[in-house]
Ligand binder design. Structure first.
Ligand code: ZN
Length: 577
């Protein structure tokens, strides 16, 4: 029994033999006091996770000198690339592209990666703006991902603490997805140099979260096989602290479904009885859902928009559609909500004498579950890096925004968050979703949040864009890059960490629950979304693309004094209680 489990482990995960050879090649196994030769490495998968994890966390001080040297060098290199970090953050901010339309962003990022020796595959998984950048060979294969898309109507001048769009009505980085690729790319370039120099085996894969705001991309990357041979996925996401968590994360998973109804057109006044309104079906479905909403679990979230409700009032609408997000904290419950939605849609069609023509999945996300061992490894590095040193201007900026929002003026985080622990379902109060959830169920994954934004913002709005091309974002991304670089060194030099991560993944996380995609075989990425909005605003936005060859920063290019605070706004108001 034990042997067969072990056999399974070896054949599906990073091979034990391969890892041992890899460790021997590095000359690491015989190093005294090193984890590799210690009990964690020798343990059977059955008993490994807790113990190995404990050791990882408990022994940061006793780092092997060779590994410590690599880490110091990686940090020095990330430090030298501060300007590059800032340029990537500012450039992607200036592109401000919406999901599936990240054309400039992807061109810029892949160009940069190509220049640094990565091999690029473009247009992956049926998404023109998705790509995969690879470098290196052999195991371990480490995937670094981060989202790249923006938010509708979030165009905002950075460093200005009140509403002042760059292009009125245009999209912008009202979530901060302009910063994560800077974190990953800079860390990858630094570690790649060390791998080249020391001939460390391993493969680095960089990839973008396309259309994350539509939770539209990652399930397709999985279906396309991107993570097939990946040993670990490090995902980075903007936050307001430098932190990581393991186990079930707070928040939800979701399925995003469009219901299309077909009616009969007729003159709305001349012969309304001859018509059947598709809009009626939409409205009836929404009424039904809103009544039922009261009797759904508090963890659930659901919302909809009507994107098509007919052409003009005197023509009975032939076509109408409504787009729902069904969110829950567990996969089964997401499916239940979806079935309930289908029931409502069919009932609404019956009531209105219309037809439910087709449903389309526009996005999906599994609830997130992060890997314990990888999270502990990252957390050890977080403690080494600490939070950025904010200066007065940064704190003034943050407090001015918080003041405008009428929330507590506590400024930027100055204390590191604790390692996040699993959230029990009864304590999960619902909330947002991220399709990194899907990835977390196919390969050991963590999301590193790095402090590029101001605490306590509303999310998905121009408020969230204010800090995202200022020193706050730059310093936060730098701290993120440092943390990822250190973690990459760990993953490349400590096979035991990967071994234990897979043990946790197999024997704990996925023991009773296996990944089944929410996307159906007939679903394809909704790449036509946002075409019109970008078509409308791109020409005007192009005038404001950041040109690092002429300006040191985007703030400089826009001629913005940092921070710009509303005239007459008083500072240092007593903190709200
Ligand atoms: Zn996000």
């Amino acid at each position: 029994m034990m042997l067969s489990r072990r056999g399974l482990f070896v054949s599906q995960g990073p091979g034990l033999g391969r890892r041992l050879a890899h460790a021997l090649a590095l000359g690491l196994v015989l190093a005294p006091g090193l984890e590799l030769g210690g009990p964690a490495f020798a343990q059977t998968p059955e008993s490994a996770p807790a113990t190995a994890a404990k050791k990882t966390a408990a022994r940061p001080a006793k780092e092997d000198p060779r590994i410590e040297k690599l880490k110091t060098e990686a940090l020095a290199d990330v430090e030298q690339m501060r300007a590059l970090t800032q340029q990537i953050v500012d450039s992607v901010f200036s592109f401000g592209e919406l999901g599936y339309q990240e054309v400039e962003t992807s061109r810029y990022l892949t160009g940069l990666l190509e220049k640094h020796g990565f091999t690029i595959q473009r247009g992956v998984a049926g998404m023109p703006t998705a790509w995969v950048a690879r470098w290196g060979s052999g195991k371990p294969v480490i995937a670094l991902g981060s989202d790249i898309d923006g938010i509708p109507q979030a165009s905002q001048k950075p460093g200005v603490a009140y509403r002042d769009p760059i292009v009125a009505g245009a999209p912008g980085h009202g979530e901060g997805h302009n910063s994560g690729q800077a974190v990953n790319i800079v860390a990858a370039i630094a570690v790649k140099k060390l791998m080249e120099r020391d001939k460390l085996p391993g493969t680095l894969i960089l990839w973008p979260g396309v259309a994350e705001e539509l939770v539209g991309g990652k399930a397709y990357l999985i279906r396309d096989g991107l993570f097939k041979d990946v040993d670990v996925c490090l995902f980075t996401h903007v936050g307001s602290n430098l932190n990581v968590s393991w186990g079930a994360a707070s928040g939800t998973g979701l399925v995003s479904v469009e219901y299309n109804f077909e009616g009969q057109s007729a003159h709305s006044a001349g012969a309304p009885w001859r018509g059947r309104s598709a809009l009626d079906a939409v409205e009836l479905m929404d009424i039904g859902w809103n009544f039922r909403r009261e009797h759904l679990r508090p963890q659930h979230r659901s919302h909809y928009v009507i994107r098509s409700g007919g052409d003009q009032p005197n023509v009975v609408p032939t076509n109408a559609s409504v787009w729902y997000y069904f969110r829950e904290t567990q996969y089964d419950r997401i499916k239940e909500l979806w079935e309930l939605g289908d029931t409502m849609a069919n009932a609404a069609a019956a009531m209105s004498g219309t037809k439910l023509a087709r449903t389309r999945v526009l996005g999906s996300a599994w609830p997130r579950h992060f890997n314990k061992v990888i999270a502990e490894t990252v957390h050890t590095n977080i403690q080494r890096i600490g939070l950025p040193k904010w200066d007065d201007a940064d704190q003034q900026m943050a407090k001015a925004v918080q003041r405008e929002l009428k929330v507590e003026e506590r400024g930027l985080a100055v204390e590191l968050a604790k390692l996040g622990e699993p959230v029990k379902d009864e304590d999960n109060r619902g909330g947002g979703s991220d399709d990194i959830g899907d990835v977390s169920w196919v390969v050991p994954t963590v999301t590193l949040n790095y402090p590029s934004n101001i605490p306590n913002l509303p999310g998905h709005s121009w408020w969230d864009a204010i800090a995202m091309a200022t020193p706050i974002a730059h310093k936060g991304a730098h701290a993120g890059a440092q943390t990822v670089a250190l973690t990459l060194v760990d993953l490349l030099t400590k096979p035991a960490v990967l071994e234990s991560a897979w043990t946790y993944f197999r024997d704990v996380q996925t023991k009773d629950l296996k990944y089944t995609p929410l996307i159906r075989s007939q679903d394809t990425p909704a790449i036509e979304l946002n075409t019109e909005i970008m078509g409308k605003y791109r020409p005007e936005m192009q005038k404001f693309y950041y040109d690092p060859s002429r300006y040191k920063t985007y703030l400089e290019q826009l001629g913005i004094t940092y921070p710009t605070i509303k005239p007459g706004a008083t500072s240092a108001a007593p903190a709200a209680k």
